[in-house]
Design a protein around this ligand. Structure first.
Ligand SMILES: Cc1ncc(COP(=O)(O)O)c(C=O)c1O
Length: 331
């Protein structure tokens, strides 16, 4: 047990993840763009942003003597796949309660979950309320069988999970300093909110002059702006209870852009697909059609519109998700 209000995190992620210039992309678009490679936090099953959150959440699961984890998402959830892979390594049974119906086929993340031996449950529910009820029901049934489930919220986004991205910002900040770099913008994908929340809190805890630090743009891939802000704010408030960064009632501003969401979560856009192909062709790096491709589409559009100035330095925070490309027919 640690001296603070949360457990010491486990150590899974291969950190520090590289901070690299995207030299060829920068030449093409006329802006200096760098990338933070959180797609490289582990091998394919454990890679992506979720690992940093799960280091805290699974430490808590062990402290609470859980014998299984229960978590949720859509059938192609990267979070569920990463949680299942790390749970297996800890000897905890992964139980994944997916929203919606069983798609029948096992591709990409869903295939990986099956290979990991995760128990797959399709709740058939389509609203957050029904999904929450389905999760509680699964946990209750497990308790009745004398099991001790540890429930991880969608995306691993609660106060504890958010702490992983406070650490991540600090890691990036040390790297930027070592390279003598100052960034004007950070683009990150926002879904369940914990990643964005942690980066904002990290910024607050590290930077003395918050007005002159990076503009942090969360590109929404799930919800419209106002609802997305509520999720990020809630993660910030919960994390701030565990590790105070800002005075109560003085939460830093949250900037969400939902213009690149298209018709909604999981539905890709032509600009997103174009961005995925561009980064693959120029940099040999894979984004995906649900999350990071939309964020790169936003970055490229900000450049096109002149919102990002020629002298600005930009960071694209890669949050992983490449296994998802195998769920799509790209022909
Ligand atoms: C690849 C990828 N990037 C970004 C996100 C969004 O992160 P968060 O849920 O912390 O907002 C997710 C998860 O939903 C994801 O799978």
């Amino acid at each position: 047990m640690s001296a603070h209000l949360y457990p010491d995190p486990l150590s899974f992620a291969l950190t520090p993840t590289p901070l690299q210039p995207l030299v060829r992309l920068s030449e093409i678009i006329g802006r200096e763009v760098w990338i933070k490679r959180d797609d490289m936090t582990g091998c394919i099953a454990t890679a992506g942003n979720k690992v940093r959150k799960l280091e805290y959440l699974l430490a808590d699961a062990l402290e609470q003597r859980a014998d299984c984890i229960v978590t949720t998402g859509g059938p192609q959830s990267n979070h569920a796949r990463a949680a299942a892979a790390l749970a297996v390594r800890l000897g905890l049974e992964p139980i994944l309660v997916f929203a919606g119906r069983d798609p029948g086929t096992r591709k990409a993340n869903l295939l990986m979950n099956e290979l990991l031996g995760a128990r797959l449950v399709f709740s058939g529910s389509f609203t957050p309320e029904d999904q929450s009820a389905a999760l509680n029901k699964v946990c209750e049934e497990l308790r009745q069988q004398a099991r001790n489930p540890y429930l991880i919220p969608v995306g691993g986004s609660n106060g504890l999970g958010t702490l992983g991205y406070i650490d991540a910002y600090k890691e990036y900040s040390r790297q930027a300093q070592a390279h003598g770099l100052q960034f004007d913008w950070i683009f990150v994908t926002t879904g369940s909110g914990g990643t964005h929340a942690g980066l904002l809190l990290g910024q607050q805890s590290v930077q003395n002059d918050i007005d002159s630090c990076e503009k942090l743009i969360g590109v929404s891939t799930w919800l419209l702006k106002e609802k997305s802000k509520v999720l990020v704010a809630s993660c910030m408030d919960q994390a701030n209870e565990l590790l105070p960064v800002f005075p109560k009632g003085n939460r830093p501003d949250i900037q969400i852009d939902d213009h690149y969401l298209g018709r909604g979560y999981g539905i890709t856009t032509p600009e997103c697909l174009e961005a995925v192909r561009l980064i693959a062709k120029t940099e040999g790096i894979f984004l995906d059609q649900v999350y990071t491709g939309k964020t790169m589409a936003a970055l490229l559009d900000y450049v096109k519109k002149g919102t990002i100035q020629p002298t600005d330095r930009v960071l694209f925070w890669h949050t992983g998700g490449a296994p998802g490309i195998f769920a799509r027919d790209w022909a």
